[in-house]
Design a protein around this ligand. Structure first.
Ligand code: ATP
Ligand code: MG
Length: 417
């Protein structure tokens, strides 16, 4: 493997039993690429040592005298965000695993793990730590300057992606549309408007350092340099404004602040794509109010179609311009028996795009954090996404032409009011 000290996988062992710590050391002693940089007996010791030793991987016990491994995981990740935490536990209940994963743990191993299992897991998760270390040391993303060739950049267009039902594919489509819209000529930012449980950063395999909260709470001083610190840059060149790392931080953000942030971004980017949570709260309403095009998504099942109907009814009451809605069906499947024509007829709303169900391709893309449009574009699902991208572009450009013709720089409106 490797002889260079700096290439080795730095491992921290956290367990209150000396015997467990020793056993793990013994299992790993002949692995030339793994170096144990510390071992801790309590949660507090673990936090301290993680800060001091900056490990790539932490093996974390659940039951410790001062705090449980889930709390320790959460606290460590606040300090050493690239560390990959593998929980070792005799408790394997789903609820426990879910809590650990929510706290940011990367993997779960039953105690006692076999030698092979332990070594393979450490090697696999350490790749991600190395990757994230590299990203953290990369220079901050520079926000595109407001003025190009001496002229003011025309106000950027905002694409909001929304569904009243969760899990229908908003984040999948928002991510791919943003990747497709971004270019040197049309710099694009993807904003995670799902402040509590946003997962745009996961879909793009980005490590969150700063988030929308950092811009929203500084709206009086919004300048290019502050935005440059907060925005992240994906390898593709796409700019990303992530959701905060913890759900409770969303409480700090008010809808009026989100509005100001989005207005600021529209001055700097050609396209602002906002992924939203399915909750119709004041933040979602603020985003919809600023949207030039609303990409509304549903799947071909009765509950989703019912919710889409409720959405269109609500939008109509709010006098949201019908021509700004772009309605798309995701996960379409011939076997479902519900056709796009039937949905359009039933909802009195044209279906302008269809993305087929492709569990394997989409799951692999999401789990790897590699958007479909950055992979093989000849795959059927990518072709559908490209068709949708063309439609989205056309609609956004039509909005631009419309604005130019009426000389509008910014619509100031609260829906129909
Ligand atoms: N066309 C598709 N074919 C198969 N699976 C898909 C497709 N589109 C999305 N998915 C899967 O559906 C799940 C939900 O997708 P996604 O997270 O994009 O939805 P969402 O509307 O943003 O959900 P949430 O309400 O959690 O924010 C994911 O597991 C994703 O992999
Ligand atoms: Mg989502």
């Amino acid at each position: 493997m490797t002889d260079r000290q700096e290439d080795k996988i730095r491992l921290l062992i956290v367990d209150d039993h000396a015997e467990t710590r020793d056993n793990i050391r013994k299992i790993l002693q002949f692995e030339p690429d793994i170096v144990v940089v510390g071992s801790a007996r309590t949660g507090q010791e673990a936090i301290q040592q993680a800060i001091e030793t900056q490990p790539d991987v932490i093996l974390m016990d659940i039951n410790m005298p001062d705090m449980d491994g889930i709390k320790a995981t959460e606290l460590i990740l606040e300090e050493v965000s690239f560390a990959q935490i593998v929980i070792l536990s005799i408790q394997s209940e789903a609820d426990y695993m879910r809590k650990a994963m929510l706290a940011g743990a990367r993997y779960f191993l039953a105690k006692p793990p076999s030698g092979d299992e332990l070594i393979t897991t450490i090697r696999t998760v350490s790749e991600r730590a190395k990757d994230q270390r590299k990203k953290l040391s990369a220079p901050a993303a520079e926000v595109p300057a407001q003025k190009g060739d001496g002229r003011q950049r025309p106000m950027g267009k905002l694409l909001a992606v929304y569904s009243p039902k969760g899990g229908v594919g908003c984040t999948t489509l928002a991510t791919n549309m943003a990747i497709g819209l971004n270019s040197d000529e049309t710099p694009t930012v993807l904003v995670d408007g799902n402040l509590q449980f946003g997962d745009v950063s996961v879909f793009l395999n980005l490590q969150v350092k700063n988030s929308l909260v950092d811009l929203a709470t500084r709206t009086e001083e919004l300048e290019e340099d502050i935005a440059s610190e907060v925005l992240m840059r994906h390898d593709s060149g796409l700019y990303v404004l992530a959701a905060p790392p913890r759900p409770e931080m969303a409480d700090e953000v008010q809808a009026s602040q989100v509005r100001l942030v989005l207005r600021f971004l529209r001055q700097h980017f050609a396209y602002v794509v906002v992924d939203n949570s399915s909750t119709m709260d004041d933040i979602t309403l603020a985003v919809l109010d600023l949207a030039d095009v609303l990409l509304a998504i549903a799947t071909t099942d009765i509950p989703s179609i019912k919710d889409a109907r409720l959405l269109f009814d609500l939008l109509s009451v709010l006098e949201f311009p019908k021509e700004n809605i772009l309605f798309v069906l995701n996960k379409t499947d011939r076997r479902s028996g519900i056709t796009a024509e039937a949905v359009a007829e039933n909802l009195k709303q044209a279906v302008e795009g269809e993305i087929p169900l492709d569990d394997r391709t989409v799951a692999t893309s999401v789990n790897r954090g590699e958007p479909l449009l950055l992979g093989d574009r000849s795959r059927p699902i990518a072709k559908h996404l490209l068709d949708l991208l063309a439609t989205v572009k056309q609609r956004l450009m039509a909005e631009e032409l419309h604005d130019e013709s009426v000389g509008e720089t910014e619509r100031l409106k609260v829906f129909g009011r």
